[in-house]
Design a protein around this ligand. Sequence first.
Ligand code: DGT
Ligand code: CA
Ligand code: CA
Length: 579
Amino acid sequence: MPVRNRDIANAFETLADLLEIGDANPFRVRAYRNAASTVRDQSRPIRDMLAAGEDLTELPNIGDDLAGQIERFVETGHLARLDAATDKLPAGLTALLDINGIGPKRAHALYEGLGVTSVDELAAAARDQRVRALSGFGEKAEQRILHEIERQARHSPARTLLADAEEMAESLLDWIRQRAGVDKAAIAGSYRRRRETVGDLDVVVTASDPAAVSRAVTRYEDVGEVISSGETRTTLRLRGGLQVDIRVVPARAYGAAMHYFTGSRDHNIALRRRAQGHGWKLNEYGLFKDDQIIAGDTEESVYEAFSLPWIPPELRENRGEIEAAEEDALPTLIEVAEIRGNLHTHTTATDGKADLEEMAEAARDRGWRYLGISDHSRAVRVANGLDADRLARQIDEIDALNERLDDLVILKSCEVDILRDGSLDLPDSILERLDYVMGAMHGQLGLERRAQTERILEAMDHPLMRIIAHPTGRLIGRRGPVALDLDRIFEAAARNRIALEINAQPKRLDLDDQNARAARDAGVMLVIGTDAHSPAQLDFMRHGVDQARRAWLSGSDVLNTRPLNQLRDWLARGRSADG
Ligand code: DGT
Ligand code: CA
Ligand code: CA
């Protein structure tokens, strides 16, 4: 199995965690974390770079020693330092660090004092009241740990972020397509509907010899476990843990199978009910009338039998799509190619990995005409947020850079923190010099609903406010949305003409599909921002577009599909009189 960038980055991160738990030198720990993020941000496979004889020490954060370690890792599939570290401390300990309130010191104490090596063991120890006896813990800490473990279990059912599933899914699909006798292969299920997380992958295949393909897939290089295998259906678990259902179907049923396994279940049930109304039967083998197949080779044929146009998978959630199709009122969904720029990015001035020029070049490479630089403000200390002086310097730098650029315009912004009372983290005197102000909350996310809502509403009353970034603050699988009265937020956004973001980071996708749709229906302008902290993350745009499509949005509903002059008009118009 070739070593992927993700494997290298994960190994370095695990190593850094273990070193930290073992109380190693913080600079060493930092060095591994930085190396992990460098590797993760490469758009090309490191193994290809090595094969091409490229020098890894030219990458940021990679010195001779790390380059050597990576090279041996790619050759042997092992990171020797990680093997050595796991001889001393069990790798399972690193999962303890994901629990709020447990840092490296506590993880070490739990291991030394109680022999805890995993989250499950920690939960058991806490339930048996063994944790409170450890020095530095006590009864309160024990209860909080148990509470956090349970809370996390609720927020992270075993689902995989769509973006994390993608590389595994596409590699598997490519491989299946290359098997002898395979005609068609595609991924259906929630993956095709572009849900933000997937429970498993559902692969539909047509082939001349189904049994041979079903046997072959069990030998795919990334298989961790064969859960079941039959002539036409195979269930696998990939090494990363993701489960895959592979079904080989007859060519004449391919469309019906794609339709059935794309789901959603609720969409299928609604369509099946229509079939019953006609006295037909709809299932994964086709659409039948008196046991005669009347449609099923293509998805279009299935919809056409109901006199419906083909419905994009992103809409198939039984949220009104069948009715809309019937009235010929399906939206023309936004596409990545319509995106003309990006209004949410970071640079090395705060916690980004690339400087202004590098980000500008990367934006131009993506065919964009404008790039908004929106570094953090001072309240976000961990990100080295900007104060007014540093922001002023960045403004001058951007002005100078814009003089030299001719096919891209850098827009000046700031992701200014919305403080607890709804005031902004920087004075108006500096905010006035920006092309637009983007507000966001990073602290005090636990306020109760009324206070949290008032806080944002106050910020939205600021005359310079133009965009609210990641409005609910949720992190998928980790942290739920803050308590907010979104109806009031939408009403204020529509009234004050403030755009709400669909943040394109795969773990945020905030607003989510249903909230973004409700916002649009309330008259709110949406904006898709990558929140990119590196050039590679500019490619997150497509994840935001996926979420926007699930929200039924067209290009015209999204601010950053506009040409620059229209965007400038929109930003400048603010809440002035005319529409
Ligand atoms: P997931 O995997 O949890 O992210 O979500 P899906 O939608 O991929 O669900 P999955 O993998 O359980 O099943 C794939 C599709 O198969 C599902 O979207 C619709 C179809 N399907 C599964 N079970 C049923 C069922 O009981 N009735 C109907 N009508 N369709 C089903
Ligand atoms: Ca699935
Ligand atoms: Ca499935």
